[in-house]
Design a protein around this ligand. Sequence first.
Ligand code: EPS
Length: 383
Amino acid sequence: MLRFLTGGESHGLALVALIDGVPSNMPLVKADIDKDLARRQLGYGRGGRMAIERDAVDIASGVRGGRTLGSPISLIITNKDWPNWTEIMDVETAPPADAILTKPRPGHADLSGLIKYGFGDVRDVLERASARETAARVAVGAVAKRLLAEFNVTVESAVLSIGAASTDKGVAVPGQGLDADKSPVRCLDEDAASGMQAAIDEAGAAGETLGGVFEVAAFGMPVGLGSYTQWDKRLDAALARALMSIPAIKGVEVGDGFRLAERLGSAAHDEISYSPDKGFFRSTNRAGGLEAGMTNGGTLRVSAAMKPIPTLGKPLMTVDVVTKAPAEAISERSDVCAVPAASVVGEAVVAIELANALLAKFGGDNLDETKRAFDAYQKDSRL
Ligand code: EPS
């Protein structure tokens, strides 16, 4: 099984990730990871921080000569912004009194984090609650994607809406995710994309922020990853949890999701067909490639709704935790819209869950073992 943890404060020395369970002899180079780190930094509507960072990974363990060793893989992403924060973020010396933040932002972790961990400075919370953590998860996701690529599985994404501008054009065929990368908002519909950019301009000028919806698709999935036999083996549940763990995500759909609730049963499911060359297949994919917690061999489709980022240029009202007087919430440098970046994070968390489910089914300490089990199953599963 694939396990991982991340660490790191937004303005600390570095973000780190430790991954355990990647089989040995899997090709892995720094460029596999840096490519996705760069994609996460893009997107119309991002803030000043992205102009400072050039996220790149150092692989500190688990890889030798371009191949995994089967030992834990340690990843380090150094924060370029760190030298500007050495006084405020010093590991041993308390920050200067005028750097202490006491006006928690509605919608962020600030107030509940202060109460829960017994802090007096909102920065003690926001440094870890910051979506900067997602850079570490994108790095882990890139390792998971590298593993999936060995089994011809690709994970791609596109933005479906930002504010009121929307499209229903998701990633329909493999490779379309690369087209989304060419759009400043990672959207495959040009008209909708210009509407999204205009909405971001308008929101930014008004000191506002914007959320939206993105879709993640995985192509080439084998049948039967995940299981109906126990609640915690259901892959749809694992994917929902993973997507919900991205900061600011407030809703997740699998396939046609909430729209299925309005339909008659006959219009909600995907009829089963068979042909000698394709084997079993379905002409529709309302289920998003997942039935009863298992992949059914169709394209896996999940989407997630991101709320607007809670750091506003024109802040909402809050209460100063020291004086208890009404006050405007803190207004840190932030993004107007991070939905395009969130779609890249979505790919990563989905890839991690799929790689985990693949290893749970096929096992193997080295990649050849995993591949042998995969190939044998693929041959048998044609019935
Ligand atoms: C982010 C880095 C952060 C923010 C953003 C995501 O950098 P800074 O706080 O230095 O501007 O741009 O974080 C948030 C939106 C948030 O709510 O915390 C990143 O690397 O993605």
